[in-house]
Design a protein around this ligand. Structure first.
Ligand SMILES: [Zn+2]
Length: 397
């Protein structure tokens, strides 16, 4: 198995098009064009979707799985299953990225030490050491895993605590890299301290990592401020390796993140919106003559009684299964009837739409129209929404 990342195009500022190539064997290659997203999973499933539903969404090639969802029993029973995590979770055709913590619900934990990270599970707090994590990775055999990281969940940590977090994370990264066989992404820490963010980035970049993970979950600012904070890390990374960022889920987050050279995002935001009964209708391909004096909506709320008799699809022109076969009125009815099919249809549409948004971004970078389209996007949807979306962290129990 081999993994490589190639930059296909770099243009203004930090904007870039790339391709992550995973060669699994002679018969199976996975190509992931970037910017792109990894499908968020909870307990190894994309929420609301069966593997068949997921396969019907054509642009999803990669999923993100977290140990946090399996570790309530140690060792996890799934480690007894032969064939690795791809086979166990029905993800054989996908690139599987593994991390310890759930990027969508980073709850604060009692404490981490030099030896272990504490995580909450449905059966209480569990401790993960760097060695036990590597042991599980060798059994699960994901395509990539993020190194164990001492992520700070306090809002106002001391400088001493931040430095300790950087030191521990680097130590655990070295341990992960000493285990050959599975590609490792180095996790960048440093919380809100610029000097420590730079130190973490520079030190991680010196190591033989396959890529980098940045965390925007705890930076409680506007999208633009959070991206600027991440920029202090991004500026010190080599351009030749992919960068994955958590906590950036809104279209504004993605546009600004892509502008600064982030290649991979997750889809936790689309789960959050699905759970709230919303369907995505935002677009990067906006007509120039669209009335920007009236702020456009990015989503529609299917709980709204106005949709009771609306026989249009969720989004006119959308080619997803839900829009091709069902109406807003039907999904509104399903929500009111508390039928799980409502969120199945919403999730199918939202993921389809989200992945197509990334496709549109890639096309616009290729055609040198990205910044022009991004400017029009902010004009039409307004920047105040970015103030509202302070944090993409979701609580997903
Ligand atoms: Zn649709």
């Amino acid at each position: 198995m081999s993994l490589s990342f190639n930059l296909l195009k770099t243009s203004e500022k930090s904007l870039r098009l790339g391709r992550l190539t995973l060669i699994k064997n002679q018969e199976q290659n996975i190509l992931l064009d970037t910017p792109n997203c990894l499908a968020y999973t909870s307990r190894g499933c994309v929420p609301h979707l069966t593997p068949d539903n997921l396969q019907a969404i054509p642009l999803i090639d990669a999923v993100s799985v977290t140990l946090e969802h399996f570790i309530d029993i140690q060792p996890p029973p799934s480690t007894q299953f032969p064939g690795g995590i791809h086979k166990f979770l029905n993800f054989e055709g996908y690139l599987v990225f593994f991390d310890v913590r759930d990027s969508g619900k980073l709850k604060s934990v009692s404490y981490n030490t030099d030896k272990y990270v504490s995580i909450y599970t449905c059966h209480g707090v569990r401790q993960i050491t760097s060695d036990s994590y590597i042991k599980y990775m060798n059994i699960y055999k994901p395509d990539i895993f993020a190194s164990l990281a001492d992520k700070i969940t306090d809002e106002t940590p001391s400088l001493k605590r931040i430095k300790k977090s950087v030191d521990r994370t680097l130590k655990w990264l070295d341990n992960a890299l000493s285990n050959e066989g599975i590609q490792v992404f180095g996790v960048l820490t440093g919380h809100n301290n610029q000097e420590e963010r730079i130190r973490s980035a520079q030190e991680t970049a010196k190591r033989n990592v396959a890529g980098f993970v940045l965390n925007g979950n705890f930076l409680e600012n506007t999208s633009r401020e959070r991206i600027n904070m991440l920029k202090s890390s991004l500026d010190h990374l080599p351009s030749t390796k992919p960068r994955l960022a958590y906590g950036l889920g809104t279209p504004e987050d993605i546009i600004l993140g892509v502008s600064e050279g982030i290649d991979l995002f997750d889809t936790a935001y689309s789960v959050k919106m699905t759970d709230a009964g919303h369907a995505f209708i935002f677009s990067l391909d906006l007509k120039n003559d669209l009335d920007s004096s009236k702020q456009q909506q990015q989503t529609i709320n299917l709980w709204d009684t106005n949709f009771r008799n609306d026989v249009q699809p969720l989004l006119i022109g959308c080619q997803c299964y839900s829009c091709q076969n069902h109406t807003r009125a039907y999904i509104h009815h399903l929500l009111n009837a508390h039928e799980m099919l409502a969120t199945v249809l919403l999730m199918s549409h939202n993921l389809y739409h989200y992945t197509n948004f990334f496709k549109t971004i890639r096309e616009s970078i290729n055609q040198n129209t990205f910044f022009q389209k991004a400017e029009q996007f902010f004009k039409v949807y307004g920047e105040q929404k970015m103030e509202e979306t302070k944090n993409s962290t979701i609580i997903y129990n």
